[in-house]
Write a protein that binds this ligand. Structure first.
Ligand code: PLP
Length: 385
């Protein structure tokens, strides 16, 4: 099987599992316990926090461990907006981009339904990018928070985060970015990016599902979303997932080290794959930005098919990928991300995403490109589109 669905999830890396193992077995303590087992778990958690903070260029106290990207996004959007509204009731608007993951979009809609916020959606251009000018246009004196993702999960487009964050900062507005897909591929230094909050998820990086983190700049106030025993400096109650935090920190450090030498290699393979597919599959359309895209994502529409049928045909040929984002799987409505790019609904339904990690080889992608040509032709011939 050729696995080209790494943007959905990745297997746990051996080094990550090895680092986690002690905290799942002999060193199983609760970090809040006042005995040696508890203290050892608390030390592991502190080390994981310091290691993650080193990758993010921030202070350990600015890192909150969560149960994944979804929780980190919820905490950022609800937590920052509600804390700002509590300090100044006039701050009752949030801005999100038109291509956010549901974890951000639904958090913003929750604020609208239950806390009197208005959600302003900043449009994207046909490559899925938000321009600083478009962002500036939707900002109001009442805007509490802006949330724009670092890289898109469906089409791989990278946003000019440092420039967008600067637009918000000039107006004293907090800026959050969902870096779930960017982590492992793009620089994560929070100071150079100029962001106030940033979400990361473990399972896209070779750590297990169910662990993530939220960076929040120290002077930014945050209202907790999960209440209880006050763990994570009161920002996220619940007994800490020590092994998960250790795994995430290990995966982040490994990804950071690998980023420098693998990025160019994977991007070159992606470009060859994209041009092969575009030249061998009649009518194939590349979605997302032609250059500002994750090295790991190639996404297309194949008009005259259905993405689901192409996916099934590809799986029969041993290639596993995704027909849109995994989170939207099961629904046959066209992806709102693709329609936000101006792609007509009937074309958006033909979307297929190939995403890979650093283990991808040229042979994998050559075989995959051949499989795509056959799969699209056969779906078109059979009329299963
Ligand atoms: N944000 C983006 C951009 C994602 O791609 C995903 C997962 O697909 C998430 C958030 C959610 O992360 P998690 O699966 O860890 O909850």
């Amino acid at each position: 099987m050729i696995f080209l669905d790494a943007a959905a999830t990745t297997p746990v890396r051996r080094e990550v599992l090895d680092a986690m193992w002690p905290y799942l077995t002999g060193e199983f303590g609760n970090p809040s316990s006042h005995h040696s087992l508890g203290e050892s778990a608390a030390r592991a958690l502190a080390d994981a926090r310091a290691s993650a903070a080193a990758v993010l260029g921030c202070r350990p106290g600015e890192v909150t461990f969560t149960s994944g990207g979804t929780e980190a996004d919820n905490l950022a959007v609800k937590g920052v907006a509600l804390a700002r509204q509590a300090a100044d009731p006039k701050l009752n608007r949030v801005v999100i981009s038109a291509v956010e993951h549901p974890a951000v979009e639904e958090s913003a809609r929750y604020l609208e339904r239950f806390h009197g916020f208005t959600v302003d959606v900043v449009p994207v251009d046909s490559t899925a990018q938000v321009t600083p000018e478009a962002l500036a246009e939707v900002l109001r004196p009442e805007t509490a928070l802006v949330s724009v993702m670092y890289a898109n999960n469906e089409v791989g487009t990278i946003q000019p985060i440092a420039r967008l964050a600067a637009v918000a900062r000039e107006r004293g507005i907090a800026f959050h970015t969902d870096a779930v897909q960017a982590a492992g591929w793009l620089p994560l230094d929070t100071k150079s990016l100029g962001v106030d909050a940033m979400s990361i998820s473990g399972h896209k990086l070779g750590a297990p599902k169910g662990c993530g983190l939220l960076y929040v700049r120290s002077r930014v106030r945050l209202e907790p979303v999960i209440h209880g025993g006050g763990q994570e400096r009161g920002r996220r109650s619940g007994t800490e997932n020590v092994a998960g935090a250790v795994g995430l920190a290990t995966a982040l450090a490994l990804a950071q080290a690998r980023q420098r030498d693998q990025q160019a290699r994977v991007a070159a393979l992606r470009d060859t794959f994209i041009s092969t597919v575009l030249s061998t599959v009649p009518g194939a359309i590349l979605t997302g930005h032609p250059a500002d895209r994750l090295p790991s994502v190639a996404s297309f529409c194949f008009p005259g098919t259905s993405g689901e049928s192409v996916l099934l045909e590809l799986e029969r040929q041993g290639v596993v990928c995704s027909s849109g984002s995994a989170c939207a799987a099961g629904s046959d409505a066209p992806s709102p991300v693709l329609t936000a790019l101006g792609i007509p609904a009937e074309v958006a339904q033909t979307a297929v995403r190939f995403s890979f990690d650093t283990s991808v080889t040229n042979e994998d992608l050559e075989s995959a490109a051949r499989a795509v040509t056959t799969a699209v032709a056969s779906v078109r011939t059979l009329g299963t589109g």
